[in-house]
Design a protein. Sequence first.
Length: 299
Amino acid sequence: MAEMNDQFARVGELEIAYQTLGDADDPPLVLVMGLGSQLIHWDLEFCEQLAKRGFRVIRFDNRDAGRSTKIKAPVPNLVRAMAGLPIKAPYLLDDMAGDAFGVLDHLGIERAHVVGVSMGGMIAQTMAIRRPERVLSLASVMSTTGERRVGRPKLRLWGVLFRRAPRDRQQYIEYFVRVFRMVGSPGFPVDEDRLRELAAATYDRGHHPAGTGRQLAAIMASGDRTSQLRRLTVPTVVIHGTDDPLVPFRGGVATARAIPNAEFVAIPGMGHDLPREVWPRIIDAVVAGAERAAAAQPA
């Protein structure tokens, strides 16, 4: 796998690992990854295609993932959270949104287009809610509003969320491939070799199962964003696969309904991953959202 060098932004007490691609003079586009995922899960070629469309692309590791700071705190009782009982999470999505803004501050960037997948979509939404003046456009991909009834995974996947990933490298690679097969896109072929390569790179870069537990606690403790999303005026596109078993399609529908004038892109056959075949649709939708934002800006 092509390696790019990580850089680090100091954000409060944390170090956030990030990489940038593209022309520094182009409009910045921040990519926010999902639960337990790292910046390398934004495929380098996907990022290069975005850069070719005229963006300065920034991808980073969320706190508690990859090479960013690991939070010193126990994992809360997630079974309690699943039952709808309150838990005390070490941090919330709000704090993770603050990390993303911290990376922008470090780079001297005032405003950016923001694209988030899954938990990253929740963080991206939170960024637009908290600091709408800093978000040029929003793309929320395979994500949801935080309203419990619309975002619950299929029952067969609860075990995946709660099972801690193995510590052994080879077992981890098998686990990673198995999870991707369960949540991935039924309508598109799986490149097993690439998946194994990504799994190995993920393990080698920074395997940290407890961090994923704390991130999951942040999602659960952050509550329902629907009423705040209704007040957004940021140009938004919501993208969702019709065959997503992890964040069901209705989660995307609810997000698009909540955000005024959001464009909704439904992709048949897409599950909870980003197969190469759907990249053109996603990139075109992100570009169209950025163009809508540019048209809405006072000259």
